[in-house]
Design a protein around this ligand. Structure first.
Ligand code: ZN
Length: 294
């Protein structure tokens, strides 16, 4: 009888402690919206994710707020892209007296160089996104070993989806006639996509958004579009459209749509998750480039 009581007490303790533990979510801060999605996919309901640079916003030029400093100060993990993307980060870390472990999601990626600079936009290759996800999974497992089986299961499911997405992108690009696989975009954000899938991108700006093209750069690009018969130019979801509008008008090129480069869309937009972003971009490209030349 006494044993039965003890078993009951332990059973009750077990029941009480399970919900209490489920409520302690791991606080994770992600530097920008695409990383925030990766962390949510792997962390599920075991993490509380805060994203610093939100949807449709420019992660290259960002001014952290005092609220960001507070969020970073309370975080257990801070997930960043690295490769020079978050130039504003060191000052934020100083301001927040952060104790968070910093996770560089691009660790292990074959870095694309543009002159002396690293190209930070590695997520534009889906295979690279899979490396991001594995790095995030490892960091979550170390930070919260009790929930490791959940993180591993979530990551496995998501990695399977990403692997299928990578094949889907290749199949879509195959539909574009090879001589039409070239586009103009605002800033140099699609180099990894170009290398992985064989679509040539010519950018108006560099790998960051901080510099404006000169009149001579603009004339050069119009010349390039005409000489190479580039079928379409694309807008980006967070950059000023006026440059591209001008280029398209001067070169007589079609505006192919909007590409999501460095940020997700809002929840009700066409790219609220990374997978939706990749699908949206590849459909915009095949839509504009897949048509036969006039
Ligand atoms: Zn960028």
């Amino acid at each position: 009888m006494r044993n039965v009581h003890l078993i009951l007490i332990f059973a009750l303790l077990g029941l009480c402690s399970t919900p209490a533990r489920a409520q302690t979510r791991l606080n994770v801060v992600a530097s920008f919206s695409i990383l925030g999605d990766f962390v949510r996919q792997v962390g599920g309901n075991k993490v509380n994710v805060i994203t610093l640079v939100g949807p449709d916003s420019d992660v290259h030029v960002y001014t952290p707020t005092p609220h960001d400093a507070k969020d970073v100060g309370e975080a257990k993990l801070l997930v960043v892209n690295g490769l020079g993307l978050e130039g504003w980060l060191p000052r934020l870390l100083q301001a927040s007296a952060a104790k968070a472990k910093i996770v560089t999601a691009t660790d292990g990626i074959a870095v694309r160089k543009r002159g002396a600079d690293a190209d930070p936009h590695a997520w534009q290759s889906v295979k690279n996104a899979m490396i991001y996800v594995r790095n995030i999974r490892e960091a979550l497992v170390v930070a919260d070993p009790a929930d490791a089986p959940i993180f591993k299961a979530n990551a496995d499911r998501y990695l399977t989806e990403l692997d299928a997405l990578d094949r889907e992108v290749r199949a879509e690009v195959d539909k574009i006639p090879p001589e039409r696989r070239k586009v103009i975009a605002t800033h140099d954000a699609f180099g990894y996509l170009a290398d992985a899938y064989g679509v040539q991108f010519i950018a108006l700006l560099g790998v960051s958004t901080e510099t404006e093209p000169s009149a001579r750069d603009m004339a050069g690009i119009v010349e390039t579009i005409k000489r190479n018969r580039i079928p379409a130019v694309f807008l980006e979801n967070f950059n000023d459209d006026r440059l591209i509008d001008r280029i398209a008008a001067e070169a007589g090129a079609t505006i192919g749509g909007t590409l999501y480069s460095d940020a997700l869309s809002e929840e009700n937009g066409p790219a609220p998750t990374y997978i939706a972003l990749v699908r949206h971009n590849i459909r915009a490209l095949t839509g504009a480039l897949g048509r036969e030349a006039r």
